[in-house]
Structure formats: structure tokens, C-alpha cells
Write a protein that binds this ligand. Structure first.
Ligand code: ADQ
Length: 542
């Protein structure tokens, strides 16, 4: 057995432990079957019902940098794509259920031609359910607010993936201006009406402050989709005070896991004069209270499972296998934005190591890496693309396979319906991030495995690993360990695979994106944010 894996038996003989493990997995499988036969899980309709009873006359506005759908020139006409990226994919399911307005940067090359006079376009384009309000950013705004401050400074600062953050005053000033512009667009959308504004992520840390200045009565929540670093790391940010003040203008701040919420509270305590309650997970400052909550995001599991169970999906999976020459071969899969935090080169190096140490997998195992190019204006992102290509070529040269290449690198953004067949046909999915707020690919893969025949190799540095403890947990910083994890995942017996995936899948089915949305929106409501501040006795000085 491999040391350091969450499924390594501890105490007792290996046989006893593995029997106990088997028993536990069987019980989990039985519970899952019962649940399947039991009452339905939280659905899109539950979220719609929540909105009907709770939102009533309030407008619902989602705000993010990236838009969920972009219009692009395609030949002589105009088409559209759903943008890859965890945040937009998850929030699209919520916005489709709740309607309302989504304010985001219009980045497609045909975006301007498809909006009306108010910069509105109905989304999703094929089945409209909400209004997308596009914001236009100039080249310099995009370069400084998005590439500079958001992705050149805050992204590496929060991920601690050993890429040095770049702090430039001009980027910060532009970030502030663009956040003000996002706030103005929201204010235009809500007019004088009461509204619940749901801000997304590290691009918009200051927007709540600008909203609050003009409309103190708005309900504002912000979800931070990436990790929050510990105070020792956070304190290098030159504008840490202003960033925290911007965030604390929200009524509720959400993080995926408790460790990130705690890091946030510790950062506030170390930076600002504020009353921080670790017990109540709240900050009080200048007569305002902000609640902090850990609310792990999920995916529309039932919808993905239904898509995966379609006969067309199985047929598409078969087609992929024969087109890529994978018949009779075990197949591994990676699906990521090409980002240095996702651990793609580390994954390929571990794969190469497995071929060295376990030659029985040569010619019998192939890996498909679907990587959508991301943030290519930044050097670190171009370099990660080059490293990935070089490694794929090296493995293919060293370990050739008669049917086709051992590593297939597909550098494109696939429509979700085209992605699902890859999930369903893969024997193994590798999620090897160096650090990740959650990682939705892990959850999508499990939801898309209705035949229960799969394996998930998962980095312990993802938020997902807190929930998916029965995955093959392996560190991307440990090449040997990850190579062994690949081998173990591929060598597991069919019965044990099935039991493990059943248990993992149950976690993803039990808590889906609608649970997340209802819990988050309910927290904004139930914490009594529209009423005068209740007394909280134990707030301690930070
Ligand atoms: P991301 O860093 O973008 O999200 P992730 O959670 O893995 O990471 O989501 C990626 C999404 O993009 C998935 O829905 C996946 O299906 C899709 N995708 C990836 N590559 C694709 C491709 N080539 N073609 C089509 N679709 C592709 C951020 C945080 C995460 C957090 C999410 C949600 O960094 O930690 O899980 O937000 O909060």
C-alpha cells in the first residue's frame, strides 16, 4: 500500500483493514441505492421555489468578470460559445433557474453586434432564461485590471503556486476604476428597486464598496472562488487594507472551505482595526457586520448524470475511442484551463514515471488531456502551454503506442455536451492541481460516471479533496507518489472500483449546485442582514 494516501489502511492487519474498508464502501453503496429510490434531491425547481418565496420584489443580479456566453464570428455569420471556467459554468445553472440580470465583460469578437441598445442579450442564446448585460472594457483596462492586477497579482498571491505576484500601482488603480464601472452598471440595472447583488470572485473585490456608497440598502454577497492565503502571504499585498475594506462592504462572503474562511478572518484581524469573531464567523467594523461562510460549490449533478446516461453519449464515447485508436486500451483524462495552478506538467511527469516503473502499462494506457488555452497574454501561461506540449511529445517518443499517440493533447474549448462523452468513457480522471479553490472537473467526472466504472486521482490541495476523501489522493509535488496512484487506480479490481466510485458519486449527487445556491442565498436572508445588527457578545478585538 502507498504511504500518504487517504485510503491507506491504518491500524490492524492489512486484510482486516481492507475488509473494513470494503464493508464501509459496500454500506455506502447500499445507502446510495436507497437514496436513489428515496425522495428526490434538491432540484432546479427547489431553487426556483426558493426565489419565489424569498426574493419576491427584489431584483437578482449576478456580477462576474467573465461572461457565461460569448458571441463570435464564425465564417460569414455569428455563433456563440459557452465559456469554460468553473465560475461561469456553475453560476449559469443558478441564473438559468433564477432569471434576473448577469453583468459581465463582453469579450467575444461579435458581442457588440448581438446586444440591444441597453447592451442586453438574452441567455442562454438557444433557450433564454436571463438577461446578460455586457460591459465593454478598453484594451488598457483589460490589460491592467484583468491581466495585471487580477491574474498577475491576486491569482498567484492566493494560489501560492510559487509564481511571484506582480504588484503595479497602475494595475491597482485600473482595477479600482473597473470595479467602480461594474458597480455603476449594476446600479443602472437595479434602478431604485430593492435587489440582491451576487458578486463573483477576486476580480470584483472592491465592487461592494462602490455599490454600498450609493445604495446602502442593497443586499450584497460575494463568493470568492479561489483559495484565500494565510495572513503571512496575504500581507505582502501593498493594497491589502483597501482590498479587505472593499470585501467587507458585502453582507456575506463565501469561501469553498473553512480553512479559506479562517485565513480570511485571520487576514482581517492582522490588517484592520475590526472585531473578528472566529466563533460566529463574522467581522464587525464601522457599524457594519459581514458574515463569512464556507459553502463548497458543486455541479448540476443530476443533469450531468442524465446527459451521461444517454445512448448518444455512449456512442460518442465509442467514436472517440476508435478515432483516437484507443480500442482495448485503458484511458486517462485531464480537463483543465491551461493554467499553472492545475498541475498539468506535474501530471504528465508522473505518467511518464509510471511508464518507467510499471512497464506493463506501456501500450496499454493512453492519456487524453483537454486543455483550453487561458490568459495567454501572460508569459507564465504561455510557458505552461509550451511545457505541456514538450512533455506530451517526449512521452509519445519514449513510449510509443501502435494505435496512436500515448498522450493526446486537445487544446480547445469543448461544448459541455461534447465534453461529457470523454468523462463517461475515461477509465481514470486526473485532477492534480497545485492549489485549487474547489475544482469542478472532479465533481463533473463523478456525476458523469453512471456505470460506476472509473477512478479519480485527486490532489489534496483542491477544495474537492475535503469532500472526496475516497479518491486516490496524490500530491502533484510528489512524482513517485502520483505515479503509484495512477498505477493503483488502474490496477484496482472491478468490484472495488465500483464500490469506491459509488461512494464518491453519492457525495456529488447529495450536494449539487442548487444546494449551494440555496444555502448561500438563504444565509444572506437568515443572518438577518436587513434588520438592525443583533448583539453578538463574543466578538473579540482583532
Ligand atoms: P476554474 O479554475 O476555472 O474555476 P474548475 O473548477 O476546474 O476550475 O472548472 C473548470 C470548468 O471549465 C469545468 O466546468 C470544466 O468542465 C470546464 N472546462 C475546463 N476545460 C475545458 C475545456 N477544454 N473545454 C470545455 N470546458 C472546459 C474557479 C476556481 C475553482 C472552482 C471554480 C468554481 O479556480 O477552484 O472550483 O472556480 O468555484
Amino acid at each position: 500500500m502507498l504511504e500518504g494516501f487517504s485510503w491507506t489502511p491504518r491500524g490492524g492487519s492489512a486484510i482486516e483493514s481492507s475488509e473494513r474498508m470494503r464493508g464501509a464502501l459496500s454500506r455506502a453503496a447500499a445507502r446510495s441505492l436507497q437514496r436513489n429510490a428515496g425522495p428526490p434531491r434538491t432540484s432546479r425547481d427547489d431553487l426556483v421555489e426558493w426565489a419565489r418565496t424569498h426574493l419576491r420584489d427584489r431584483k437578482f443580479v449576478v456580477v462576474s468578470n467573465r461572461e457565461p456566453y460569448s458571441h463570435t464570428r464564425q465564417g460569414n455569420g455569428v455563433g456563440w460559445v459557452r465559456n469554460a471556467g468553473g465560475l461561469t459554468v456553475a453560476l449559469d445553472a443558478v441564473a438559468r433557474a433564477l432569471g434576473g440580470v448577469w453583468v459581465a465583460h463582453g469579450s467575444g469578437d461579435a458581442d457588440r453586434e448581438t446586444v440591444d441598445a441597453h447592451d442586453h442579450v438574452a441567455c442562454p442564446p438557444d433557450r433564454p432564461a436571463y438577461t446578460l448585460r455586457r460591459m465593454w472594457l478598453s484594451e488598457i483596462e483589460h490589460a491592467q485590471y484583468y491581466s495585471g492586477l487580477s491574474n498577475g497579482a491576486l491569482w498567484p498571491l492566493c494560489h501560492i503556486a510559487y509564481v511571484r505576484p506582480r504588484f503595479r500601482l497602475e494595475d491597482w488603480e485600473r482595477y479600482r476604476d473597473v470595479n467602480r464601472r461594474f458597480a455603476e452598471a449594476v446600479l443602472e440595472e437595479v434602478g431604485d428597486a430593492p435587489a440582491l447583488v451576487f458578486l463573483q470572485d477576486y476580480h470584483l473585490a472592491l465592487a461592494a464598496r462602490f455599490l454600498r456608497e450609493r445604495r446602502p440598502d442593497l443586499q450584497i454577497a460575494l463568493f470568492w472562488h479561489i483559495p484565500w492565503p494565510n495572513p503571512e502571504v496575504f500581507r505582502i499585498l501593498p493594497w491589502k487594507k483597501e482590498l479587505l475594506e472593499g470585501l467587507l462592504a458585502s453582507d456575506l462572503l463565501g469561501f469553498h472551505i473553512r480553512a479559506h474562511a479562517d485565513n480570511f478572518l485571520d487576514s482581517v484581524a492582522a490588517t484592520l482595526e475590526a472585531r473578528v469573531s472566529r466563533e460566529h464567523l463574522a467581522v464587525e467594523r464601522a457599524g457594519r457586520r459581514t458574515w463569512v461562510r464556507d459553502l463548497p460549490i458543486s455541479v448540476p449533478s443530476e443533469e450531468i448524470a442524465a446527459l451521461a446516461a444517454l445512448p448518444e453519449t455512449a456512442a460518442a464515447g465509442q467514436r472517440i475511442r476508435s478515432e483516437l485508436g484507443l480500442d482495448g486500451c485503458k484511458v486517462g483524462l485531464g480537463v483543465d484551463r491551461l493554467d499553472y495552478t492545475k498541475g498539468i506538467p506535474e501530471r504528465l511527469e508522473a505518467l511518464e514515471r509510471m511508464f518507467e516503473t510499471h512497464p506493463e502499462w506501456r501500450r496499454r494506457f493512453a492519456f487524453i488531456q483537454i486543455a483550453v488555452p487561458s490568459r495567454v497574454e501572460l508569459k507564465e501561461y504561455r510557458e505552461i502551454g509550451q511545457r505541456t506540449r514538450t512533455l506530451a511529445r517526449r512521452i509519445n517518443r519514449r513510449f510509443p503506442r501502435p494505435g496512436g499517440p500515448t498522450v493526446h493533447l486537445i487544446e480547445s474549448n469543448l461544448d459541455f455536451r461534447d465534453l461529457v462523452p470523454y468523462y463517461t468513457m475515461a477509465d481514470l480522471c486526473a485532477v492534480t492541481a497545485l492549489h485549487d479553490g474547489m475544482n469542478l472537473v472532479a465533481k463533473e467526472y463523478l456525476a458523469a460516471t453512471p456505470d460506476l466504472d472509473g477512478a479519480l486521482v485527486l490532489s489534496p490541495f483542491t477544495g474537492a479533496a475535503r469532500e472526496l476523501e475516497r479518491a486516490f489522493i496524490a500530491s502533484p509535488y510528489d512524482r513517485e507518489g502520483m505515479a503509484e496512484a495512477f498505477h493503483a487506480a488502474l490496477s484496482e479490481t472491478a468490484e472495488s472500483r465500483r464500490e469506491r466510485v459509488t461512494a464518491l458519486r453519492e457525495t456529488v449527487l447529495r450536494r449539487n449546485i442548487y444546494d449551494w445556491a440555496i444555502e448561500l442565498l438563504d444565509s444572506v436572508e437568515s443572518l438577518g442582514l436587513r434588520t438592525p445588527l443583533p448583539e453578538v457578545g463574543d466578538l473579540t478585538n482583532g
